[in-house]
Design a protein around this ligand. Sequence first.
Ligand SMILES: *[C@@H]1O[C@H](CO)[C@@H](O)[C@H](O)[C@H]1NC(C)=O
Ligand SMILES: *[C@@H]1O[C@H](CO)[C@@H](O)[C@H](O)[C@H]1NC(C)=O
Ligand SMILES: *[C@@H]1O[C@H](CO)[C@@H](O)[C@H](O)[C@H]1NC(C)=O
Ligand SMILES: *[C@@H]1O[C@H](CO)[C@@H](O)[C@H](O)[C@H]1NC(C)=O
Ligand SMILES: *[C@@H]1O[C@H](CO)[C@@H](O)[C@H](O)[C@H]1NC(C)=O
Ligand SMILES: *[C@@H]1O[C@H](CO)[C@@H](O)[C@H](O)[C@H]1NC(C)=O
Ligand SMILES: *[C@@H]1O[C@H](CO)[C@@H](O)[C@H](O)[C@H]1NC(C)=O
Ligand SMILES: *[C@@H]1O[C@H](CO)[C@@H](O)[C@H](O)[C@H]1NC(C)=O
Ligand SMILES: *[C@@H]1O[C@H](CO)[C@@H](O)[C@H](O)[C@H]1NC(C)=O
Ligand SMILES: *[C@@H]1O[C@H](CO)[C@@H](O)[C@H](O)[C@H]1NC(C)=O
Ligand SMILES: *[C@@H]1O[C@H](CO)[C@@H](O)[C@H](O)[C@H]1NC(C)=O
Length: 412
Amino acid sequence: MYTFSTIALLILFINGCICYSPVEREYEVAALVSNKLYFYGGWGNKSSLGDLFYIDLNQQFNASDPPFQLLAMLEHKAVSSAVAYKDEIIIFGRDEPQILSSNSLIIINETSNYSLNIVGNTDNSTWPSRRDFHTAVIDTIKAEMYIWGGTKGTSNSTASNSTPSDGAMYKFDILSYSWEVYNASTQPICRVQHTATMTPDGNIIMIGGIFNPDIAQIDIYDTKTNQWSQKEANTIGKVYARWAHTATLTTNNQSIIIFGGYSNSSLMADIAVLNLSTYIWTSITPFGEKPRVFPSHHTATLYNDYIIFAFGKIGDKYNATNIVSILDISNDHYKWVRSYYPRVLNSNAPNSYQPSNSINIGIVVGSIVGSIIGVGLLIIISYLIYLNNKLKKEIKKYSETQPYNDETNEVV
Ligand SMILES: *[C@@H]1O[C@H](CO)[C@@H](O)[C@H](O)[C@H]1NC(C)=O
Ligand SMILES: *[C@@H]1O[C@H](CO)[C@@H](O)[C@H](O)[C@H]1NC(C)=O
Ligand SMILES: *[C@@H]1O[C@H](CO)[C@@H](O)[C@H](O)[C@H]1NC(C)=O
Ligand SMILES: *[C@@H]1O[C@H](CO)[C@@H](O)[C@H](O)[C@H]1NC(C)=O
Ligand SMILES: *[C@@H]1O[C@H](CO)[C@@H](O)[C@H](O)[C@H]1NC(C)=O
Ligand SMILES: *[C@@H]1O[C@H](CO)[C@@H](O)[C@H](O)[C@H]1NC(C)=O
Ligand SMILES: *[C@@H]1O[C@H](CO)[C@@H](O)[C@H](O)[C@H]1NC(C)=O
Ligand SMILES: *[C@@H]1O[C@H](CO)[C@@H](O)[C@H](O)[C@H]1NC(C)=O
Ligand SMILES: *[C@@H]1O[C@H](CO)[C@@H](O)[C@H](O)[C@H]1NC(C)=O
Ligand SMILES: *[C@@H]1O[C@H](CO)[C@@H](O)[C@H](O)[C@H]1NC(C)=O
Ligand SMILES: *[C@@H]1O[C@H](CO)[C@@H](O)[C@H](O)[C@H]1NC(C)=O
């Protein structure tokens, strides 16, 4: 019995994963913290979800079979924005079944065993009103999160698609836990289900949205001056209006890649790239096998020149997916890949790679525990074989050496 459970454990360690199968979902959030890609909540299985799980990006995996690990089932469900700051995930928006006039912040700290820190509204004059379908971006150097747009949340927590929130920009200082609000007369009309992308020069680029789906009409918020400006982009080829897409800044900070989304009641099965120096959109067709689905309301996360797209809406109400698609964007050579391989960016030679030699503590601990169990198992098996052989020998002795030759005499 003991040996059996040991073997079962050993098999788990050899496979390296006690994996979780997340239900198909849309509107979930994703955040990257210390080489782990975290996912949280969303809508699926006809209800709001509160599961927190991750993929460890230090390990190789196939997009068809991502090694999700479940961490917790939280009571805060269907949250609607997340950013990562150091070892924390900072979540803002929606949060069912909470019924308040404003959202609380949910801060999850990886180092302190995923402890939750719920920070509630202390000041109605600066705390953003309850909302959903907004965007959150982070300036990691200044430790500031920016929240903008979305719809007004209603008192019973059902945010309505049809009532845009206010157009003010809200800045959360992660070090002092305080908000500042920038309410300018020049600010654009609030967008809903748009994307916001922070560039290293401190601009936030707003693209698309339900009421402003034209991706050529771009609103830009300058966090250095707290001023808005508008830019009209040009397009090459067929580049469509949309909302509920994702936007990802490329590793070289020179372009934004948009994927999927919704327009005119259909899903947008394409990829378009915005050149940030020329403001020209180009429709592109990556190499490799096209993903099985092009969803809306999904997530996109850049990690070492891979963009990992996950989950999202693929049909009518409650028709969502748990499919993961991986786009390799290294060397500006866009390619859909089936497998993810850990690699590290070589800082001396941009756009080239060396094999990852970073050591994952989890794997090390797993290996050590696995080895200990393995050694233990070997000892047990060896002992059993030894006993078996000894028994056989003795039976042999009994049968062959008659009259009985006292073994103990030989040993002494
Ligand atoms: C879906 O929800 C039902 C109850 O509403 C539950 O019994 C079932 O286990 C859920 N399925 C998954 C995959 O979570
Ligand atoms: C990925 O898929 C390939 C081919 O199907 C398979 O040989 C390999 O073992 C898979 N790798 C993992 C980590 O699942
Ligand atoms: C997370 O918790 C750890 C341990 O308590 C702490 O040292 C760290 O500063 C916290 N992270 C942030 C971003 O505050
Ligand atoms: C972390 O949290 C889990 C779940 O609450 C608990 O079982 C575990 O003992 C905790 N570990 C540490 C090191 O605090
Ligand atoms: C904010 O306003 C709401 C109602 O408008 C009120 O219920 C709540 O107590 C106020 N919160 C604070 C911190 O003043
Ligand atoms: C929430 O409010 C909306 C609009 O007033 C209503 O249609 C819906 O039934 C309410 N939901 C719950 C759970 O009370
Ligand atoms: C922004 O300014 C307008 C006009 O002065 C005002 O009506 C609105 O309440 C302000 N919004 C916020 C969030 O302060
Ligand atoms: C892109 O910007 C980030 C800061 O957001 C910076 O750390 C990185 O070095 C930049 N990459 C390149 C290739 O300039
Ligand atoms: C949706 O309709 C608008 C207005 O007719 C048009 O400009 C846009 O290109 C259409 N989008 C798609 C994907 O066909
Ligand atoms: C953006 O356009 C400029 C001017 O045509 C070009 O030099 C640059 O390489 C383009 N950037 C990317 C990332 O394609
Ligand atoms: C979900 O949507 C996909 C794509 O539109 C469709 O093929 C599939 O039949 C739908 N499934 C359900 C259960 O409606």
